[in-house]
Design a protein around this ligand. Structure first.
Ligand SMILES: *Cc1c(COP(=O)(O)O)cnc(C)c1O
Ligand code: SF4
Length: 447
């Protein structure tokens, strides 16, 4: 039987939904599975959890983490603070403050000090890419690549749980002057009116799916109502399918959210969820599978992305399993990222050569339908740089690279080469191949 949109909305949740319960630094030791861990491990979590944002919930704790495999369980590593995320010096500094019963204020001072050493805004996010309207900076938006505007709705700047590797973390830790935010759907519409080159608006955060349906509706309807013939697609960058799939099944306004998706599609625009899945485990629960079916029945499409992360998903088997399962569930694998140069990169980071090896080994064992995924790629200052692979040209070992997105659109898909470097983890570590002074996209020689 064919599902119609409305049938989709009346599908009964297959999983009885628990009530959302958030855990953070103040209450995580009440989680029975955590209370059963060693005091040493819990102390480490307290120390690191005071520097990086930490929040998890009962779905992650009860449905996703395999507690018999903690501390190695990938979903545990993904959401709980890990000792390895701080270097010894930073760790000892914070550990001492806590051992000595430091006040909230003392803890905060040390935490801010450590955070500032962790490159909280990589790829020049604060300085560049902030668009202007009538000479005024639009701080809740970024416009880096011609056809897509990033929009940070102010109500969407948190998540159902936090990923320990997240580069957005400066937005969550109360350093408010670093926070992007916008309440202004009107500004967004005005900006698009002046920029007909923009076809896509990517709602991002945090996680826009943390917003109530009426907040989402305010933004979406403003876009649908406006006269923007070039504007085509609402994208929503979200981790809700991974961290709280009930958002689309049994939350009080779940049906309203799905109706809103239908409304977007009925208006002739497209809607794409850019869903973050870091591990195949996140696709296994009845709740997530039902959420996916309900979203797909509205006509919205789901594309997937994840960084490749040491200690979480640094194996080809994990990726091929994840992509195959995504295709089976009707999702479209889209991006594999290399983790960027911020936060706990030493702990999660992976060399470019290893990332490519994982991609290379994983992609050859999945159907062509899963080979839509591009990567590994780095979202660096000049653009999204795709590591095509390693090869040899006239006896010189090199990386072949290309831009998937570029500050200058003409850079996109131009192959270029860097000297092979086994230890390189980011674009900055790479030097041009063949004795060239600089890469083609660099204006001045490096110094
Ligand atoms: C990745 C990205 C986009 C979207 O790029 P697509 O290739 O269309 O997926 C837009 N803006 C920024 C800043 C990005 O990093
Ligand atoms: S869900 Fe996304 S924005 Fe939120 S913590 Fe994870 S990676 Fe960061």
């Amino acid at each position: 039987m064919m599902l119609t949109f409305n049938d989709a909305l009346t599908l009964k949740p297959v999983t009885p939904a628990p009530k959302y319960k958030a855990y953070n630094l103040s209450n995580f030791e009440q989680i029975p599975q955590v209370a059963a861990l060693s005091e040493e491990l819990r102390f480490e979590m307290r120390v690191v959890g005071n520097v990086f944002p930490f929040k998890t919930n009962n779905y992650v704790v009860d449905e996703l983490i395999d507690w018999s495999d903690v501390p190695n369980d990938p979903i545990f590593v993904l959401t709980f603070p890990q000792r390895g995320m701080l270097n010894d010096e930073a760790y000892e500094k914070m550990a001492n403050v806590i051992r000595n019963g430091g006040s909230r204020q003392e803890i905060k001072v040390v935490a801010d000090e450590i955070r500032l050493t962790l490159n909280p805004h990589p790829a020049g996010q604060l300085e560049y890419n902030v668009p202007e309207l009538a000479g005024e900076k639009l701080n809740g938006m970024q416009h880096k690549y011609k056809e897509t505007v990033l929009f940070f709705p102010s109500q969407g700047q948190t998540c159902h749980a936090y990923c320990s590797f997240c580069f957005r973390w400066p937005q969550f830790v109360g350093m408010t002057d670093l926070k992007f935010a916008s309440r202004e759907a009107g500004q967004l519409v005005d900006y698009l009116g002046e920029h007909p080159e923009v076809t896509d608006v990517l709602f991002t955060g945090g996680d826009p799916m943390i917003m109530k349906s009426d907040a989402l509706a305010t933004y979406f309807r403003a876009l649908l109502k406006a006269d923007l013939p070039e504007f085509q697609t609402i994208r929503i960058g979200t981790k809700a399918l991974g961290y709280w799939p009930y958002r689309f099944t049994s939350d009080a306004d779940a049906d309203e959210v799905l109706e809103l998706f239908e409304e977007v599609i009925a208006s002739g625009k497209h809607i794409a969820l850019m869903a973050h899945f870091n591990h195949p485990r996140e696709l296994e629960t009845p709740a997530v599978q039902e959420a996916i079916a309900r979203i797909r029945a509205t006509g919205a499409e789901i594309r997937t992305q994840s960084p490749v992360l040491t200690n979480i998903n640094d194996s080809a088997l994990v990726w091929s399993k994840m992509w195959a399962e995504q295709v089976r569930l009707g999702l479209i694998p889209y991006y594999m990222f290399v983790v960027r140069d911020t936060g706990a990169q030493d702990y999660f980071g992976i060399t470019l050569s290893r990332a490519w090896e994982i991609y290379h080994n994983a992609i050859q064992s999945v159907s062509g339908l899963a080979r839509t995924v591009r990567g590994p790629s780095m979202s660096a200052t000049p653009g999204k740089v795709h590591v095509l692979g390693t090869t040899e040209v006239h006896g010189e070992k090199v990386f072949a690279l290309q831009f998937l997105q570029g500050r200058n659109p003409d850079w996109v898909t131009r192959p270029f080469f860097a000297k092979y470097d086994e230890n390189a983890i980011w674009l900055d570590d790479l030097k041009p191949a063949f004795g060239e002074e600089r890469f083609f996209f660099e204006e001045n020689s490096r110094n």
